[in-house]
Design a binder for this molecule. Structure first.
Ligand SMILES: Cc1cc2nc3c(=O)[nH]c(=O)nc-3n(C[C@H](O)[C@H](O)[C@H](O)COP(=O)(O)O)c2cc1C
Length: 337
């Protein structure tokens, strides 16, 4: 196993093959698909089946599924296995109403027997390693069991006993959605539990190399999973790796240092997204989230109008022209920033 592995978190509409491959190039040790609905797989819905396409270059790759019914999750896992992912991951963490409110995703934090039943059904259905991604609990009132054991510590043991091979924990409750700061202390407690022998992956608010180091050193996790901080910044994996590993480590990918290099990667992302969705306009829509959040454009003086134009542009030509203007006006002439 690599030292201090860094994983790209599963994210709906974000972690498509185009973005996964870029993150992989910059050192992500594992990438995840967005969550895939089990019932839609069973019904053979073409747009859902498309989400199962993985390429050899992105391995190791995990395909994530969600659902609330054990039999359909087991059927879905069998379908997923045919796509030959390295891992099948179960989503028990999605907090949004249309998922958790219907008893799937984080909704299962309120129904642990059912969560365990689903997990057992999936583990028994396939030969591929099965992992789980979840949250600390349903809400602040249920973070601890009556005997004082943290809910997530107990849950981790039960999931491990069923045969999952790894557990990823996002340090928030369902009720918190994405609010407040992720709490890593309970993730650390799961890791410290002597009964736990499967790798524990920590997730939540890792945005800098310093924070990543703290997560490994202070909380002892086996891997760190990064979500939002990758938007418009797939090279974050390389930056963290350079910081954590010795600078001469041959495995450290090359980090883009200049605005010119970074914009070249954003353009490449646009092209890959267009290629993946097979439609210029949709590919651009898909990339906007990345432009909006990219650190490349943060803090540029008088950038507002250009930002609006960038987020409105709807052809590849327009997007690239605006990016070239940005480079001309705010560029660095190759000075690192
Ligand atoms: C746009 C978006 C889509 C997400 N989709 C998924 C998903 O499909 N499956 C999942 O397990 N988590 C999903 N998440 C949660 C992330 O995987 C991650 O747990 C969360 O963003 C916290 O990590 P971060 O602070 O590094 O972003 C999503 C998050 C965002 C922001």
């Amino acid at each position: 196993m690599t030292n201090n592995p860094l994983y790209l978190a599963p994210m709906e509409d974000v972690t498509d093959p185009a973005f996964r491959l870029l993150c992989k190039r910059f050192g992500a040790d594992r990438v995840y698909t967005e969550f895939v609905n089990a019932d839609a797989l069973v019904r053979d819905v073409p747009s859902t089946m498309r989400k199962l396409r993985v390429r050899d270059e992105e391995r190791p790759v995990a395909i994530q599924i969600y659902g609330k019914d054990a039999a359909s999750m087991a059927d879905a896992a069998r379908i997923v296995e045919q796509a030959k992912p390295d891992i099948i991951d179960i989503n028990f963490g999605c907090p949004v109403k249309k998922v958790a409110g219907k008893g799937a995703g984080a909704g299962l934090l309120r129904d642990v027997p059912r969560m365990l039943e689903i997990t057992r059904a999936v583990v028994n259905a396939v030969h591929t390693p099965v992992t789980v991604k979840t949250r600390l609990g349903w809400d602040a009132n249920t973070l601890y069991l009556p005997d004082g054991t943290p809910f997530i510590v107990d849950l981790a043991e039960r999931l491990q006993d069923i045969g999952i091979t790894e557990l990823a924990i996002h340090g928030r409750t369902r009720a918190q959605m994405y609010r407040d700061e992720a709490d890593w202390t309970l993730i650390g407690e799961v890791k410290r539990n002597p009964r736990i022998h499967i790798p524990i992956i920590g997730n939540g608010d890792v945005t800098t190399p310093e924070r990543a180091r703290e997560c490994f050193e202070r909380y002892g996790v086996d891997a760190v999973m990064i979500g939002r901080a990758t938007f418009g910044c797939p090279w974050i994996f390389a930056e963290i790796k350079e910081y954590l590993n010795s600078p001469n480590n041959q495995n450290t990918p090359i980090i883009p240092k200049t605005m010119k290099d970074k914009i070249a990667i954003l353009k490449e992302h646009v092209d890959r997204a267009i290629e993946w969705v097979g439609d210029e306009h949709k590919g651009i829509l898909h990339s906007r989230r990345h432009f909006a959040a990219s650190p490349v454009f943060k803090g540029l003086p008088d950038f507002r109008q250009t930002r609006i134009a960038l987020l409105r542009a709807d052809t590849r030509e327009e997007v690239f022209a605006i990016m070239d203007q940005i480079l001309q006006r705010w560029g660095d002439n190759n000075t690192p920033q």
